[in-house]
Design a protein around this ligand. Sequence first.
Ligand SMILES: Cc1cc2nc3c(=O)[nH]c(=O)nc-3n(C[C@H](O)[C@H](O)[C@H](O)COP(=O)(O)OP(=O)(O)OC[C@H]3O[C@@H](n4cnc5c(N)ncnc54)[C@H](O)[C@@H]3O)c2cc1C
Length: 400
Amino acid sequence: MDTGSAFDLAVVGLGPAGRAVASRAAARGLSVLALDPRPEAVWSPTYGIWGDELNELPESVVRARVAGPELRARRRHTLHRDYLVLDNLALQQALPLDAVEVRRARLEDADLVDLLGSRPGQARVVVDARGARPEGHLPDDPAPAQTAYGIVVPAEDAAPALDGAAGLLMDWRTDWADEGDRRGTPTFLYAIPLGQGRVLLEETCLAAAPAMTIPELKRRLRRRLVSRGIRPAVVDAPLEREIVRIPMRGRGHGPAEGILAVGTAGRGGNLVTGYSVAHSLRHADELARAIGTGLRGEGRLPSEIDPTGPGDLLREMGLRALLRLDVDGTLELFEAFGRLPVQAQRDFMSRDSTAPAMASAMWGVFRRMPPRAKRALVAATLGPSRGRLSRSSARIPLEG
Ligand SMILES: Cc1cc2nc3c(=O)[nH]c(=O)nc-3n(C[C@H](O)[C@H](O)[C@H](O)COP(=O)(O)OP(=O)(O)OC[C@H]3O[C@@H](n4cnc5c(N)ncnc54)[C@H](O)[C@@H]3O)c2cc1C
């Protein structure tokens, strides 16, 4: 390919989304420059994906496999899919950067625009993969966010929390609350074995605007775990801690003119679950191929990644409901979700499901809810926000 001395592609940010695109593009013969302030760092979050989302990735990237994790709402539901915890180092090794020119750098928006071009040192395509908040998280960010506080403890100590389940994807029972007082924003327990005798126990607020604070999540987790019989000393001195902050709408605005945004820098996150990793990994090669084809003049270069489609409008409705439902409404919603057929559960949770599949899954949830909960869901989807109103939560845009 005749590129002069410009790179074919520059990828800014080497999280899962950026690394996957950089690696796949280099494997397809493109000259690739990748920039990140810590390019050698092993990703620290505990990433989970479903077994059927592994696609062509090798089994070595799986740190732990949980067969049939459970969902608890009013009742106990087994989700008939394997849930995988990824081994981040192995995943990074499965996305090699040997053929990529990697540089240590932190780039601002304007730097990405300067990088775009056909002069030496520039790149003909620039992909922004700097994540949702390249400038860091703002303490008073009004945007809807998922937050969680988690601890890693020995499996034998975690057993009372799991209550016989292989893993708990979402346990919506309300033992986080003071006796008889279940007001406030709903949260759930995520309890997943990590392998090597360790379990992650994480109190999660699926979505709130502004985000639920970490001290509140920590308080709820402690109350919940101690009430299930876990010793306070185990809760207070865990092997590790994890803090999760996921802006549900990603960055909330598009990239600069001419720049492509991938992963949570763009629209790669699922508005309902906050997850993005499976989607980014799945589409990286397709994106690399499209860029290669476009650069060779054999097709059009992509002008946008993850363009808004009707499925996103439905997921936005789902996010609106999650932001507004109270504890009982949320319990009924997930009780109905737990009773869906497995394909509909997959469609509800996947960033890749089509609008008809998403609509059908949402309808399946709705029609399984009792009448009072249905009314609450309609009111939540159309009505005012729960809790403090913020500009962005009061006026939920249907686009980014
Ligand atoms: C603790 C935690 C757990 C999560 N668990 C899951 C999960 O189980 N499953 C799931 O699908 N999602 C999960 N998420 C949500 C989401 O998928 C992740 O945030 C994921 O890391 C997003 O990948 P990304 O590549 O888009 O962005 P990031 O992972 O945020 O990567 C961005 C990269 O850009 C670099 N960068 C930042 N600023 C600059 C700059 N100015 N210049 C150059 N480089 C820059 C960073 O160093 C980083 O390497 C989790 C998030 C957190 C925080």
